[in-house]
Design a protein around this ligand. Structure first.
Ligand SMILES: [Zn+2]
Length: 255
């Protein structure tokens, strides 16, 4: 059975529900190749598999995308979650953790504001909610503060993602010089929390960046050890280590 047919059987109800919204059904049509499964939280995981052939020195990359939808909720809530996650899943944007120039500030900004990022995903989710409501489905939803006269406000969503409450100082400290580029960053009570932790998005993303960096540094060190004599490639890796793997001011432990 093909992946799509299999998904069609398991998710028939939520897929059918999504047909009531133009935005949701449009995303679903584009996502026939995306792997979807049920779980306890809704999220999208993108894993970049790097295959490195030490003999030919050839490197190939393969991006695996998996969408998980929280099962124990109404079909409407499942449909809204899936709409949101499909925006992430369909985005071609991928931040390479091995890019020597990647900074914590880039990572945070692109993940929140970039194509297929959090702001775009929540806009799609809220647009779908408006369409479901027009069909008579009344529901309390986290989109309510961002909908005005049947329109979704991008600027309200953008500033909501940067409300960090008591985490603001730690986020600013981690961003250092780059903190001044985030005009929306505020200490107002957070409204949106990352599904991977119980912290507001900016803080969760900086933590995620530090984890990804630590892993990429470790892998690069290991690779260099295995590559004596291959000086050209080692030079590229040394540049990465120099730019990204020095001890930096990482996030303080949460109180
Ligand atoms: Zn999201």
């Amino acid at each position: 059975m093909s992946m799509f047919l299999y998904a069609l059987c398991v998710y028939a109800d939520v897929f059918e529900f999504m047909q009531r919204s133009q935005r949701a059904s449009q995303l679903l049509r584009q996502a026939q190749h995306v792997k979807i499964e049920w779980g306890s939280v809704s999220r999208t995981d993108k894993v970049l598999h790097r295959h490195f052939n030490i003999k030919t020195l050839e490197e190939t990359n393969e991006l695996e995308v998996l969408v998980t939808v929280r099962k124990d909720q109404s079909e409407l809530a499942q449909a809204l979650d899936l709409t949101h996650e499909l925006v992430h899943a369909l985005s071609v944007q991928h931040l390479d953790p091995y890019n020597p120039e990647l900074t914590a500030a880039d990572y945070m900004k692109t993940t929140i504001e970039g194509g297929g990022g959090e702001v775009e995903a929540l806009i799609a989710e809220c647009q779908a909610l408006i369409e479901f409501r027009q069909q008579g489905f009344a529901v309390d939803h986290r989109c309510a503060p961002y909908i005005l006269h049947q329109k979704v406000s991008r600027s309200k969503i953008l500033s909501a993602y940067y409300r960090t409450g008591e985490w603001k100082e730690r986020v600013q400290k981690r961003l250092g010089y780059f903190a001044r580029h985030f005009q929306y960053l505020s200490s107002q009570k957070p409204l949106l929390y990352s599904s991977t932790g119980n912290t507001p998005y900016p803080y969760a993303l900086l933590e995620e960046f530090d984890m990804l960096t630590a892993e990429a540094c470790l892998n690069t060190h290991k690779r260099i050890e295995n590559m004596e004599g291959k000086n050209e490639l080692i030079a590229g890796m040394r540049l990465f280590l120099l730019k990204r793997c020095q001890v930096e001011a990482h996030l303080d432990e949460p109180r």
